[in-house]
Structures are given as structure tokens and as C-alpha cells.
Design a protein around this ligand. Structure first.
Ligand SMILES: [Zn+2]
Length: 398
């Protein structure tokens, strides 16, 4: 049992990488740590957080804050070592400045995960200051670092968050591959800062200003893990609430995505857009940022309750492999490519829309968790996985 559990995390990524459809099967939870690390880790997280706060508000100097942070990172390294995890302090640019990187090598599941991800240039890191800032876990695509969430360490099991973030890492890695068109479609980022109330059309939740369509795939992964949690403990209120939130988001991502794409398509068709082509050195991909800015006209596409005279525009960031992009990069010569891409993304969203609706219906009014309900949700997630697998295959064979 222990041996099987030890390979779970590394196995999850490999399974996702090579046989995406089996992702659900390997999402078993595992006891990661032999000793409870709660107190030590929580204390380090709190100290890192207050150190950061004191420095931010000028109560201590930058140099002494930095020195203290490094001391705390050394403590963290020792604490992790007690559980058989080798790590080293690293400096980062982004959300946090320092973290302990989990090094490949050793039998620990997180070490194995680090090992399996290192081949893709992805690092696994622990940065407890994030937890203290309510960032539960994350994958930073710019620096390719997967931040382990507290639950995975303190709770000594693979959390839904970890599964979710692994899926982000997987999609990001796949999107750079020549046969990764499916993941490229889902790497589209929609931004609605300049729309009525600063949101995206059809959007209601906290994700209303921008999101990557990749969230749809990542949410399926975490939903599958939450379902497992509920299977084991049907009275787990937190898991139930989170699953309901997943149902709402699924529907919202798909519907808001479709509304936003329709709008973009309309404006691209009439050449009413600005664009920016960004060559991404690593991976050989090209990102095209499309901005539509046309006051008043696009207003009519918004629902009545979202109309606002201040509509200015929307931004979409689309990912292409270099050979897909024509040499001439004027609006006119890019138009067919952009229209094709938007249609392709919309087709994928349409394909999962029915199952997103079913999943929403089955999770929304879930007061008591019955066996029948769990079965229905499991069916939805299975259908979702099957649909994405078939669609991906279809695109690869094209
Ligand atoms: Zn996410």
C-alpha cells in the first residue's frame, strides 16, 4: 500500500502526459508524510508572512527582512528534510521572491513528482508565504514553477488543488508540442477589463475579469478529486461546497467563453481590431493578442442587465505554433487565421457545453449527498473526460 501510494504524484503527471483519459484513475489520495509537520510549517508560514508585511509597511528594513526570509527558508528546508524531502533555497521572480525547491531523487512522492516534471523543465517548490496570503497553490507558467499547496503537505495527501495545478502545468507543457493543438485552443486567455463593469460577457463570478480557458480542464481535474473526497466522507461540507462552486464555474467558463468569442469574431470579421504578435522563444510558439475597441457597437451583444455605455473592448490572447502563422502579419492577412482559431475554440466549448450543464444541474442543489447523486456526478465527469479525449484525438488526426 505504502509503495503504491508513493508513486501516486509522479504517476499522476506521467499518466496525464501520455494517456490523458486515465487521469481520473490515478488521482488516489496518499499519505505523503510520516510525521505531522503541521505546527512547524504553519509557524514558518506565519513568520514569513509577518516578515513580508513588516517589510512592505516599512517597519523593518529591506535588508534585514531579506536576511530573515533566508533564515526562515533554511528552517523550512530542515523541516522538509525531516520527512525525507531534499530541497534547496531558490530565488524567484514573480509572486514570491524565495522558495524551497523540491529536488528530484529519493523515494518521497513529492521528490518523484519533481523528478518526473524536471524533464519538462518544471520545478516543484514550497513557498509557505503564499499560503499565508491565501494563495492555496499554483502553477506559474512564466517561470514554470508548481507551488505545492498547504493541504498536500500538512494534510499529508494529494489535494484537489494539487491535482488542479498539475493539470495547469500539463496543459501548459502540452500546448508547446506540435500535436498539442487541443491544449493550445484551451490556452486562450480572455480579458474583459475594458468591458461593462470590467467583466467578461456572460460572467458573474470572481473570474469575471479574465480567465484562461485552461481553467475548464483544470476544474475537471480538481472536481474529480473532490468527488473522491465526498465518496469517502459524504458529510464533508467543504468538499460539497467546493464541488458546487466547480459546477457553477464549469458552466460559466463555457458560456462566458462562447459569448466572448462570438463578440471577438464579429469584430475581427469586420477588421475592427488591434493586434500584437509576440514570439515566444521557448517552445517556438507565437502568441497573438487581439484587442477589440469599438465604443457602443459591441454593447448590443451584452445581456440587458450588463449593458453599459462605457464599453471599450476586450482582449484575447491566442496561442499558435509558428508554422500556423503567415509571414505577413497585418490585420487583414491574420484575419482568416484568427477567425479559424476562434471557430475551433468555439467548437470545443460547444462540445463540452451539454456536459457542463449536466454537471451544474447535479451539483447546484446538492444539500445531502446521496449515493445516487454521487453516481450521477461521476458519470458527468466521466463523460467530460471522454469528450475531451475524443476531441483531442480528432484534432490530432486532422
Ligand atoms: Zn486554475
Amino acid at each position: 500500500m505504502v509503495t503504491a501510494q508513493r508513486t501516486v504524484l509522479a504517476g499522476l503527471f506521467s499518466a496525464l502526459m501520455f494517456t490523458p483519459s486515465t487521469g481520473l484513475a490515478v488521482l488516489a489520495c496518499s499519505d505523503i508524510f510520516k510525521d505531522p509537520l503541521d505546527a512547524a510549517l504553519v509557524s514558518i508560514a506565519d513568520q514569513l508572512h509577518s516578515n513580508w508585511l513588516m517589510s512592505t509597511y516599512g517597519l523593518i528594513g529591506k535588508d534585514s527582512a531579506k536576511a530573515h526570509e533566508l533564515e526562515l527558508m533554511a528552517d523550512l528546508q530542515k523541516t522538509l528534510k525531516r520527512s525525507g524531502l531534499k530541497g534547496r533555497s531558490i530565488e524567484l521572480e514573480g509572486e514570491v521572491e524565495s522558495a524551497v525547491e523540491i529536488l528530484p531523487g529519493g523515494l518521497h512522492p513529492l521528490s518523484k513528482l519533481a523528478d518526473s516534471l524536471s524533464g519538462r523543465g518544471i520545478r516543484v517548490a514550497v513557498a509557505p508565504q503564499l499560503w499565508a496570503r491565501d494563495t492555496l497553490g499554483g502553477y506559474d507558467t512564466a517561470i514554470k514553477v508548481l507551488f505545492v499547496d498547504k493541504e498536500t503537505i500538512v494534510g499529508r495527501k494529494t489535494s484537489a488543488i494539487m491535482a488542479h495545478e498539475l493539470r495547469h502545468a500539463y496543459t501548459h507543457a502540452r500546448a508547446d508540442m506540435s500535436d498539442g493543438l487541443y491544449e493550445r485552443l484551451f490556452s486562450t486567455i480572455l480579458v474583459g477589463f475594458k468591458t461593462p463593469r470590467g467583466n467578461l460577457p456572460g460572467s458573474i463570478s470572481e473570474y469575471n475579469q479574465f480567465f484562461s480557458l485552461d481553467e475548464i480542464l483544470a476544474h475537471r481535474q480538481s472536481a474529480a478529486l473532490l468527488l473522491r473526497t465526498l465518496r469517502r466522507n459524504p458529510s464533508d461540507k467543504e468538499a460539497r461546497d467546493q464541488l458546487r462552486a466547480h459546477g457553477e464555474r464549469f458552466k460559466e467558463f463555457v458560456e462566458s467563453g462562447l459569448e466572448t468569442l462570438a463578440l471577438l469574431r464579429h469584430e475581427i470579421e469586420s477588421l475592427a481590431f488591434k493586434h500584437n504578435v509576440v514570439e515566444i522563444t521557448e517552445g517556438g510558439m507565437v502568441r497573438i493578442e487581439v484587442e477589440i475597441a469599438k465604443p457602443g457597437i459591441i454593447r448590443r451583444f451584452f445581456r440587458a442587465d450588463q449593458q453599459d455605455p462605457n464599453v471599450v473592448g476586450l482582449t484575447a490572447r491566442l496561442l499558435f505554433s509558428r508554422d500556423e502563422v503567415p509571414p505577413s502579419r497585418t490585420s487583414r492577412s491574420l484575419r482568416p487565421l484568427l477567425i479559424d482559431r476562434i471557430d475551433a475554440i468555439a467548437t470545443e466549448l460547444e462540445a463540452i457545453h451539454p456536459v457542463a450543464l449536466k454537471f451544474f444541474e447535479n451539483t447546484k442543489s446538492m444539500r445531502t449527498v446521496t449515493e445516487k447523486r454521487l453516481f450521477a456526478i461521476e458519470e458527468n465527469l466521466r463523460e467530460f473526460a471522454q469528450t475531451t479525449t475524443q476531441r483531442r484525438k480528432g484534432l490530432q488526426e486532422r
